[in-house]
Every structure is written in C-alpha cells, then in structure tokens.
Design a protein around this ligand. Structure first.
Ligand SMILES: [Zn+2]
Ligand SMILES: [Zn+2]
Ligand SMILES: [Zn+2]
Ligand SMILES: [Zn+2]
Length: 316
C-alpha cells in the first residue's frame, strides 16, 4: 500500500491507510488562532511567537491519521498602532508545512532567467551618463545620490552641501508585512508609502561611494504557488547580477547603487523551487525573485535554518 501524507495539524507524518489505527496520530484538532504576535493552538491553549515552533509543537490529541486536507482560514488581527491600509490579513493553513527534504536538491547550480524592466535600464543609463564626465578627478560627481535613508537630494556642486538633509537615521524594519523606520516607527504595509515617508531628522548629506553592503532590506510572501522574494535596492545593474539555484539553495550577487554597491545573499530555502519556472525581475527600486514552488504548500518561513529569521533590519 502506498504511503499517504497525514494532513492533521501538528502531525505531518506519512501513513499506510491499511494500518491506520486509533491512537497512531498525535495532532491538534485546532483551530489555529492568530492574535497580535501570538500563534495559538485553541485546543490546548499553547501560545507561540515563532511560526516554526508553533507548527512543530507536538499534538495534544490522539486519533487516526487523515489524508483529508484542512483549510482553516484564520484572521490575523491588526495591531492598534498599525496604519489602516490593511486592516487584517488572512493566513491559509495548508496542513503540511514542513521544510523540503534537503536531498531534493539537484546538486547542480543553474542561472535563473533575468528580466530587466525598461525603467531600471533607463535609470541606470541616465545615471551613468551624468557621472561619466566627472570620473577619476576625485571630486564628488554631479548627480551623486545622498545615501541617507529617504533623502532624495543629488549633488549639484559644493553649494548642495549647505542644503538640509532630511532623513531617517534609523534602520528599516521589515517584519510580518509591516515596513517602518526604527527611528520614528510609522508602520505601513505599503512599500511606496513607506518610501515616501519624509525623514524625521535633519543633518548633513552623505554622498554615495563604492561600498560592499552585507545586509539589504527584503521581504517575502507566497501567492498562487509562487514565492515572491523582494530585495529593495536602487540602481541595480541587471547584467552584472547573478542569481543561481540548485532548487533549494538560492545564491545571489546583486550589483546595485548604480554599480557602487555589491551585496551577496544566500538562502537555504524552506521548500524546493522549480528553477525553469522561476524568474528574477529587476526593477528601478527593487529586485523581485518570483520562485515557483515545487509543492503548493505554505512556507511558514523563507529559509530552512532555524536560527535565521524573517526580520531584516538594515541600513542601505
Ligand atoms: Zn492542541
Ligand atoms: Zn497523523
Ligand atoms: Zn525616522
Ligand atoms: Zn541627504
């Protein structure tokens, strides 16, 4: 008899339907409930803040395994300080949220298809044309961007230094769909309203120069069988970026800041992806990695490694 997956919450084992005895399955009759930062099993009233720990918490009830899919739709109540763009979010429970077996990796790294948006190419061309003339004379090139968060000033000559730099001195926090600056904590779920939040502090401009950036802002979500992993950076040089995967590991080298910045990011993905059906969209302000899931199961986390976490707090 072929083995079936048990979709009872908290079990996730494989079973032989001819030997499915009472008491062989340890599960949570549920429902799962999400409130503020807590993930709660209503059946046994166990609370967790970490999604992975919540999912792997052993069941409280004994019964038989079941191959029937359960889709408990639960509402995640919005916290009060969150701005009202999105009152609530819906999480769909898909039963078998376990990481893919690491042995599923093909062992062969292959490049993912890249798509560079016209806006991104135009921005890079324009920028490079502006800085070319002033190259190699040690001066700050006209058109150099201020790297302080949310300051949109560009260098027009020494007189630009006397203008105020209105920026966020804090770091960007991307957490559970919310985006905000650690300095002023105005939360929003919308990336463009996050970007347009005017700085909370006035200071001096800091003109861009070549630098290696270890951390970079990112967030992710899954939709219709695809994982969307967004990395937020300006002025990406698509031709110089590398994105490769063996189906489970995703390695990226991102050249951004109009060629002034380089960032390496490596992900040990929670689930397997199909490289041939995945692609990378390089835009003016973000790189979107659209990764086709090998199995249509929800990912509680982006990465497999338990010490990694979804929150990235970074300055760029
Ligand atoms: Zn329970
Ligand atoms: Zn079971
Ligand atoms: Zn701020
Ligand atoms: Zn500035």
């Amino acid at each position: 008899m072929p083995e079936l997956n048990c979709y009872n919450k908290g079990c996730g084992k494989k079973f032989d339907p001819t030997k499915n005895e009472e008491g062989s399955c340890k599960y949570h009759p549920g429902p799962p409930y999400f409130h503020d930062a807590y993930k709660i099993w209503k059946c046994c009233d166990k609370k967790f803040t970490d999604f992975g720990t919540f999912l792997s918490h052993p069941g409280c009830t004994l019964g038989k395994h079941s191959n029937e899919k359960v889709e408990d739709i639960v509402r995640l109540s919005a916290t009060k300080e969150i701005r009202p763009e999105k009152q609530e979010e819906v999480i769909v429970w898909s039963g078998l949220n376990k990481p893919s077996e690491r042995s599923l990796a093909s062992g062969r790294m292959q490049n993912l298809t890249k798509e560079i948006t016209p806006g991104a190419s135009a921005a890079v061309e324009k920028y490079l044309a502006t800085v070319k003339e002033k190259e190699n004379n040690g001066e700050i090139p006209i058109g150099a961007a201020c790297v302080n968060n949310s300051c949109k000033t560009t260098y027009n000559g020494p007189e630009t230094n006397s203008t105020a730099c209105v920026h966020h001195p804090g770091v960007a926090i991307f957490h559970e769909g919310m985006k905000y600056w650690s300095c002023c904590k105005r939360k929003t779920s919308d990336f463009s309203s996050f970007l347009s939040q005017e700085g909370c502090t006035t200071g001096e401009h800091k003109w861009s120069k070549n630098e290696r950036v270890d951390k970079i802002r990112e967030d992710w979500f899954s939709r219709l069988g695809y994982i969307h992993l967004n990395v937020y950076c300006k002025g990406s040089i698509g031709d110089q970026c590398v994105f490769e995967t063996d189906g489970l590991t995703l390695r990226t080298t991102i050249v951004h800041g109009f060629g002034d910045k380089i960032t390496d990011k490596n992900y040990d993905l929670f689930g397997a992806i199909v490289p041939e059906e995945s692609k990378i969209i390089i835009g003016e302000r973000k790189i979107e990695m659209v990764l086709k899931q090998a199995e249509p199961l929800g990912w509680p986390k982006l990465v497999y490694s338990p010490e990694e976490n979804q929150q990235e707090s970074v300055q760029s």
